[in-house]
Design a protein around this ligand. Structure first.
Ligand SMILES: C[S@@+](CC[C@H](N)C(=O)[O-])C[C@H]1O[C@@H](n2cnc3c(N)ncnc32)[C@H](O)[C@@H]1O
Length: 259
């Protein structure tokens, strides 16, 4: 029998954190536990879904290559459908929803139908993935700021911000750039010393996490065998020298180049 007091319908846009299950916020976890339906992205740790109610609908709406891919328009439509028919909808996104998460598009779409959306921030991979490797983004006397940017624009070209950041002395944090790491290093080398440290961290905070450090001069050798299908973050700047293996890896490469 329907309850006399109809439950208030809710939609929450929740940041799932960078990967490791326990790097979601308490508020985010609580939303998962209460949800009737969860629409989740490719980079969300599937272990988080085990906290959902038994009867909750779990719907994959990811866009990563290799899996069935939904367009943003299709995602918006599915989201609206559940928002209209279910009591508690959770839209679960990797990292923080507002960092390259296309959250605004989903919110605007739902709001255009009179549905308001609550936002639960998440721990962005942009900051936490380097931190997990012991790479600070700012450091007294070394770096006073950092820029978080995407490698390419929606037209597939390098963004102008990439060039502006390369010209600055800020730490550069580049998302969605794994496939273009060599071109990025080449571009940044036009503005910074070839000895500038660079790191590529893939699958950050997860058991399969990897981190390779190099200098802009040595990227060709260092990143020769990377798996370009895995999500990664590129960090460029002197702060990368704080990584425990930076000097060891670079010395090895210099020695090998003389053999
Ligand atoms: C569409 S963006 C979404 C970012 C997300 N909203 C956030 O705040 O972390 C996806 C990109 O984030 C980066 N990324 C997300 N999780 C990552 C992880 N665990 N390790 C490395 N890179 C990650 C990769 O550059 C990936 O291509």
């Amino acid at each position: 029998m329907e309850s006399k007091i109809e439950k208030q319908k809710r939609v929450a846009l929740v940041g799932a954190g960078p990967g490791r299950e326990d790097l979601i916020t308490i508020a985010g976890l609580s939303e998962i536990q209460q949800a009737d339906v969860i629409l989740y992205d490719a980079l969300v740790n599937l272990k988080l879904l085990t906290y959902a109610k038994n009867k909750a609908l779990l719907i994959y709406v990811g866009k990563r290559s290799g899996k069935h891919s939904m367009t943003q328009t299709e995602i918006n439509t599915v989201l609206l459908e559940y928002a209209l028919t279910q009591n508690h909808v959770v839209r679960l996104k990797g990292g923080d929803p507002f960092v390259f998460g296309r959250a605004s598009e989903e919110i605007e779409y739902l709001e255009s139908f009179g549905i308001s959306v609550e936002i639960i921030p998440g721990v962005s991979s942009a900051i936490s993935v380097p931190a997990n490797q012991g790479i600070p983004l700012t450091k007294r006397g070394v770096s006073t700021s950092f820029w978080v940017m995407t490698a390419t624009t929606k037209e597939g070209q390098f963004s102008n911000d990439l060039i502006l950041a390369a010209k600055s002395s800020a730490t550069m944090v580049i998302l969605m750039g794994v496939r273009k790491i060599h071109q990025i290093a080449e571009l940044v080398r036009d503005y910074r010393s070839g000895l500038t440290p660079i790191a590529l961290i893939q699958n950050g905070t997860l058991p399969e996490e990897s981190c390779i450090t190099a200098t802009l001069n040595s990227t060709e050798n260092a990143f020769e065998a990377i798996d370009e299908t895995q999500p990664g973050i590129i960090v460029i700047g002197d702060v990368v020298a704080d990584h425990t293996s930076f000097y060891d890896e670079e010395i090895q490469r210099v020695l090998y180049s003389y053999l």
